[in-house]
Write a protein that binds this ligand. Structure first.
Ligand SMILES: *[C@@H]1O[C@H](CO)[C@@H](O)[C@H](O)[C@H]1NC(C)=O
Ligand SMILES: *[C@@H]1O[C@H](CO)[C@@H](O)[C@H](O)[C@H]1NC(C)=O
Ligand SMILES: *[C@@H]1O[C@H](CO)[C@@H](O)[C@H](O)[C@H]1NC(C)=O
Ligand SMILES: *[C@@H]1O[C@H](CO)[C@@H](O)[C@H](O)[C@H]1NC(C)=O
Ligand SMILES: *[C@@H]1O[C@H](CO)[C@@H](O)[C@H](O)[C@H]1NC(C)=O
Length: 437
């Protein structure tokens, strides 16, 4: 086993070397004997800004026994009659170079290197460029295909291409924004992209790809070059369509959320296109009912009937969304509450005073002769009861009313309220009761 391995490893490199020499020999023979005219260009097409320089990278070859006589670069241009003519951009005989290109071209002039530099390009330089070589023995060859030069004429403009080409851009679509000029898209970066005039730091290519577009991508886009004032003249709106988002209710009140005040609920959302249908719902006692179909829901004079939970639904062509639920609790105005408490206190005070007075009258009547009393026995027992009740609290009637006063937190000014106010107190209570209805 060990031996065999050694034998194999020795024979393999020998075989490889053999093949290598044969191929070298073949190549030498072929290049010497057969004709191998060739020109290779790189790149095959380019797009550059006006006034910039371009490099045409080029190499060539020709049959072994030939001697290079002439090298030239020419540009094809369309004549008015439709025929094509070449003008010399470079020529090994300098006098042949066209006036337009004199002093603007630099030829590599190295062995089998036909690279050419062209400075300060302008719109008129647009076209196809070819390299041609001529040798003695009448050997001639033009590199096929040539290099196509296009000139980017500013300003930039943004174009949008979509995977889905049917109309609008929807969330989830794949979108590509391309920064180009009217003529072509230069590869000379780095590029700058702006969304609503703000630089997008990550985007430096001439294309901005958004694989799955979202509503956050909605906005105006423009492009330009970094470290340059060159930007696109116009912005383009990436009109992403989306169903309503962030639906929420805001409440407008004419003061506090109190009885009698007006309330307006506003259904706000973010949608494109704009919301077409709003629906307002009220939840009360597990009963959901629709109560409005406008962007706003107004309550002219709020009352307890308006207590409950509310939400709205915003809808556009793309879909709909519900808002979060808000809870409405209409309060009794604080001034009314004070009034009610005062009125109640006065009421009890008056009742107490009346009872005391009544009690005194009864007591006086008891002192009068008993014979008269016996005829009115049932009446006496009733009054006796009332008198007894009053006697159970031996403190003065003043302390009794004070107790009520303390419970009801009657304002101090009211404790000195004259008794003539009694009628007013009743009137207040009555009006309040009817008001609550
Ligand atoms: C050809 O010449 C150009 C310009 O002088 C040079 O940049 C390039 O490297 C040369 N190419 C080769 C293959 O030597
Ligand atoms: C570049 O060419 C334009 C005409 O196309 C000329 O006005 C300008 O002076 C040239 N710039 C330089 C630096 O030669
Ligand atoms: C986009 O530009 C248009 C026209 O200048 C403007 O009306 C609109 O408000 C802009 N939109 C945004 C989202 O900035
Ligand atoms: C939305 O509103 C339009 C007009 O305002 C109406 O014609 C349409 O029926 C409404 N759609 C729904 C689903 O309520
Ligand atoms: C729910 O509310 C609607 C509208 O206010 C009313 O017609 C319906 O009787 C209510 N249903 C119940 C069970 O309360």
């Amino acid at each position: 086993m060990h031996l065999k391995k050694q034998v194999i490893s020795k024979t393999k490199p020998l075989k490889g070397q053999h093949m290598f020499f044969i191929s070298i020999l073949l190549q030498l023979t072929l290049s010497a004997v057969s004709a191998s005219w060739s020109v290779s260009y790189k790149p095959r097409s380019m797009c550059v800004f006006e006034r910039s320089s371009v490099d045409f990278t080029c190499s060539f070859d020709y049959p072994y026994l030939n001697t290079l006589k002439t090298t030239k670069w020419f540009k094809l241009y369309q004549k008015q009659d439709g025929s094509q003519e070449g003008i010399f951009v470079y020529h090994s005989m300098a006098s042949e170079i066209d006036q337009l290109y004199k002093d603007r071209t630099v030829y590599a002039n190295q062995h089998k290197n036909c690279s050419l530099q062209l400075h300060n390009v302008s719109k008129s330089d647009r076209g196809k460029y070819f390299f041609r070589l001529e040798t003695n023995y009448l050997g001639k060859f033009t590199g096929p295909g040539g290099i196509y030069l296009d000139i980017a004429v500013l300003p930039f403009r943004v174009t949008v291409t979509m995977q889905k080409v049917n109309g609008h851009i929807h969330e989830g679509d794949s979108v590509t924004l391309r920064c180009s000029t009217e003529t072509c898209t230069p590869q000379q970066g780095p590029f700058a992209w702006y969304k609503n005039q703000l630089l997008l730091p990550q985007a430096t290519e001439n294309e901005l790809q958004i694989s799955s577009v979202s509503h956050n991508d909605f906005g105006n886009y423009s492009c330009g070059l970094r470290n340059s004032s060159i930007t696109s003249a116009d912005e383009i709106l990436l009109d992403v369509r989306y169903s309503p988002k962030n639906v929420e209710i805001t409440i407008l009140t004419s003061g506090k959320m109190e009885q009698g005040n007006s309330l307006t609920l506003i259904c706000k959302s973010n949608a494109n296109p704009a919301v077409t249908n709003y629906t307002w719902f009220k939840i009360r006692d597990a009963n959901i009912s629709s109560i409005g179909f406008d962007c706003e829901f107004s309550i002219k004079a709020a009352s307890h009937k308006d207590d409950g939970q509310y939400f709205c639904t915003a809808k556009n062509d793309m879909g709909s969304q519900n808002s979060t639920i808000i809870t409405l609790k209409v309060e009794v105005p604080t001034s009314n509450r004070h009034f009610l408490l005062t009125a109640t206190a006065v009421f009890f005070f008056v009742i107490a005073v009346l009872l005391v007075l009544f009690g005194l009258i009864i007591r006086r009547k008891q002192i009068t002769p008993k014979k008269l009393d016996t005829e009115q026995t049932p009446a006496v027992t009733v009054t006796e009861d009332i008198y007894e009740n009053l006697r159970q609290s031996p403190e003065s009637e003043e302390s009794h009313t004070n107790l009520i006063y303390a419970d009801l937190k009657l304002p101090s000014s009211n404790s000195e309220r004259p008794r003539s106010n009694t009628q007013e107190g009743y009137a207040v209570i009555y009006s309040l009761l009817s008001y609550k209805d």
